[in-house]
Write a protein that binds this ligand. Structure first.
Ligand code: COA
Length: 321
């Protein structure tokens, strides 16, 4: 039996902020952002929250999959920007959709969060513990980026993506690779809350994302093609057998580099970063949902996915859709 994605959903905040809009509030330009990243606009929250976007994405994925809340055994949200330290965003989703039978928890693997959630759900399903899981990637990155740092804040956006997965006799997950390198955690980091206990002296109240962009770039363009190659081989395939590559949407240059290294044309790498920016854990499931709703994905098609980012973490999967 294989673990198969049987439905997808996504939710983006209503408000769109273009590069031109950003150039009115900081020293940047559409030319700088789009030529270096491929990003033209992103959606940023006003009233929406990480949980409200997750709940909407979850409802859409359940509708697409044709499953009821009572069928869901497990809910995992990959996020680094939940609304609360506790309860977990997954518990908020569980309450809102009425999945009272489900076990719900969040994981933090930064931009690899959805992919790690997929593999955790796969492990539970393969172990026979659960049948149906709802997995999400959801982020409100606009509250954790430093809006005084033009080299990072222009890259990120907000949103949520979801998928329902279930055991299937015919199609599903063929191979998986995942890894972490905690020794390079500082190249993309966001400190948590400062400690205000009476024994600790600290002036800092809030601290935000900081990134060594060039180090992250080097990590991505070496690790991602190697991880994809390994996963595709483990699935008994070659890159040419893969119908689509759904990669984490960080930067068009990273995607172009992966396409070159795998000798696969760019038309097999669908893009959402132009209108979403980088939404960390949410970017792979949002892209999958867009592909699904455009009718690009047919049963049995081979889809390679890859997430990579803070931690450092990375994960790839090959599925038969
Ligand atoms: N607008 C205008 N100028 C900007 C700017 C902005 N938003 N941000 C930075 N600059 C300036 C810098 O100050 C620098 O100016 P200087 O040469 O006068 O010092 C110049 O642009 C070049 O900056 P640099 O950091 O060398 O640019 P770069 O070519 O490395 O591109 C990134 C920066 C962030 C686009 C690139 O490093 C990258 O894509 N890295 C990967 C990041 C990523 O994907 N992270 C998430 C992974 S999950």
């Amino acid at each position: 039996m294989k673990t198969r994605i049987i439905g997808t959903g996504s939710c983006l905040p209503k408000t769109v902020v273009t590069n031109e809009d950003l150039s009115k509030i900081m020293d940047t330009s559409d030319e700088w952002i789009s030529s270096r990243t491929g990003i033209r606009e992103r959606h940023l929250v006003k009233e929406e929250t990480t949980a409200s976007m997750s709940i909407e994405a979850a409802r859409r994925a359940m509708e697409d999959a044709g499953v009821t809340a009572q069928e869901i055994d497990l809910i995992i949200v990959g996020t680094l920007s939940g609304d609360y330290v506790t309860p977990a965003c997954a518990c908020e989703v569980q309450a809102a959709i009425g999945a009272s039978r489900a076990v719900a928890f969040d994981i933090n693997a930064a931009c690899s969060g959805f992919m790690f959630a997929l593999n955790i759900a796969n492990a539970y399903i393969q172990a026979g513990l659960y049948k149906t899981a709802l997995i999400l990637g959801a982020e409100t990155l606009s509250k954790v980026v430093d809006w005084q740092d033009r080299s990072t804040c222009v890259l990120f956006g907000d949103g949520a993506g979801a998928a329902v997965v279930r055991g299937d006799e015919q199609y599903g997950l063929l191979a998986f690779d995942q890894g972490s390198d905690g020794t390079k955690g500082d190249v993309l980091a966001c400190p948590g809350r400062t400690n205000n206990n009476p024994l600790v002296q600290t002036d800092e109240t809030l601290r935000y994302v900081h990134m060594d962009g060039q180090e992250v770039y080097k990590f991505a363009v070496t690790t991602v093609p190697a991880s994809l190659q390994k996963t595709i081989e483990a699935a008994g395939l070659t890159p040419a057998d893969v119908d689509y590559f759904a990669l984490h949407q960080a930067n068009i240059r990273i995607i172009q580099s992966v396409s070159k290294r795998l000798h696969i044309t760019e038309d097999k790498f669908p893009i959402s970063l132009d209108h979403c920016g980088n939404i960390s854990a949410a970017s792979v499931p949002i892209l999958l949902d867009e592909m699904n709703r455009k009718g690009l994905l047919k049963p049995g098609m081979k889809v390679a996915m890859s997430g990579f980012g803070g931690g450092l973490t990375w994960a790839s999967a090959v599925v038969e859709w």
